[in-house]
Design a protein around this ligand. Structure first.
Ligand code: SAM
Ligand code: SF4
Length: 317
């Protein structure tokens, strides 16, 4: 179905939990989130119904995310049911990867085609600092397990943070020469109340082009990333610029939060609840949400933070 600006909406990101086993500084507060009552969250059956309702309106691609999707007990079941829903062509998962050594194969067998794994640094102390509790070794083990499981595509996501990992851009990019995976650099978004970053920490995607002048430009692949490649590399480099060069014109996505709110735009507080509705009710609300998708997300800067009203872990990145 098309929105009011003629964009065909084909992609739904479903956050299956707000909880996470890490506490990345740009994503959520140190004390985590207070666990909402079970009754407030979508059940597995409601999630299944929502996927069917969305598919009936032309959603073809689903990304399962969170919080950390792999802390959700029935995650493999959710992925399997989603992958087998009529009309859904592709199911992808975004994860911090720290338990992927256990989950890579079951997810692949459940029908997940693609994985995005977050990796902001290759330094174990910096990894512990940015995640406030994670071990780099676990994430690397997870990436290795994902590579062995044979997904169609694996992308590593690094949030660009000036003064933290801009010195690691070459080393992170170099992974695309060693392994058949893509490395994506994402501009840090100033969310609701997360992160205590100074203005200098927000660096534009063009920093990657400055640091890696040897990058060769590639045609776009339908995603929002600007694509490049290191000469002779196995994988691509993707640059994602929600702040300095927004891609709202090409935005084809909706988000569904773990507590059952459809968000037509990541940076708006407009939410459309579907918790407790039957199939027809959900289809109706999905239509309303698609038609309410704003033209763009408005100015985003360290001074003008996101108007999402939630942090990333509560939306689904
Ligand atoms: N826990 C999973 C993970 O870390 O991959 C999935 C959820 S996480 C919210 C999804 C993605 O959002 C991650 O790649 C993370 O780096 C990114 N993210 C979180 N907060 C962000 C922010 N303020 N700006 C840019 N990206 C952010
Ligand atoms: Fe957790 Fe992902 Fe947020 Fe990090 S980015 S705190 S891993 S939800």
């Amino acid at each position: 179905m098309k929105d009011s600006y003629g964009r065909e909406i084909t992609y739904l990101r479903i956050s299956v939990t707000e909880l996470c086993d890490l506490r990345c500084r740009y994503c959520m507060p140190e004390d985590g989130v207070c666990k909402k009552a079970h009754e407030e969250m979508l059940t597995l059956e409601e999630t299944e119904l929502a996927v069917k309702a969305a598919a009936s309106l032309g959603i073809k691609k689903i990304r399962i995310t969170g919080g950390e999707p792999l802390v959700k007990k029935n995650i493999v079941d959710i992925c399997e049911k989603t992958a087998h829903t009529e009309g859904i062509k592709e199911v992808c998962v975004t994860t911090n990867g720290i338990t992927l050594d256990k989950y890579a194969e079951p997810l692949k067998n459940a029908g997940v085609k693609r994985l995005n794994i977050s990796l902001d640094t290759l330094d174990k102390d910096k990894y512990r600092y940015i995640t406030r509790r994670g071990n780099l070794e676990d994430a690397l083990k997870g990436i290795e397990a994902a590579l062995n499981a044979g997904f169609d595509k694996i992308k590593l996501n690094a949030v660009l943070i000036g003064g933290f990992n801009d010195d690691e851009i070459p080393a992170l990019a170099e992974l695309t020469r060693k392994y058949p995976l893509d490395m994506r650099f994402i501009e840090m978004m100033p969310m609701y109340d997360s992160g205590d970053f100074k203005k200098e920490a927000f660096i534009p995607y063009t920093k990657v082009l400055e640091v890696l002048p040897e990058l060769e430009k590639l045609p776009r692949d339908g995603s929002v990333a600007k694509l490049y490649k290191l000469p002779g590399a196995k994988g691509n480099i993707g640059l994602i610029s929600p702040v300095s060069a927004h891609f709202c014109k090409e935005c084809n996505r909706l988000r569904l939060t773990a507590d059952g709110k459809i968000k037509p735009c990541l940076h708006s507080d407009a939410e459309y609840p579907i918790k407790g509705l039957d199939y027809d009710g959900m289809v109706k609300v999905f239509k309303e949400a698609i038609l309410a998708k704003p033209e763009w997300h408005g100015v985003l800067s360290p001074e003008q933070r996101s108007r999402a009203g939630r942090n990333m872990n509560m939306i689904g990145g």
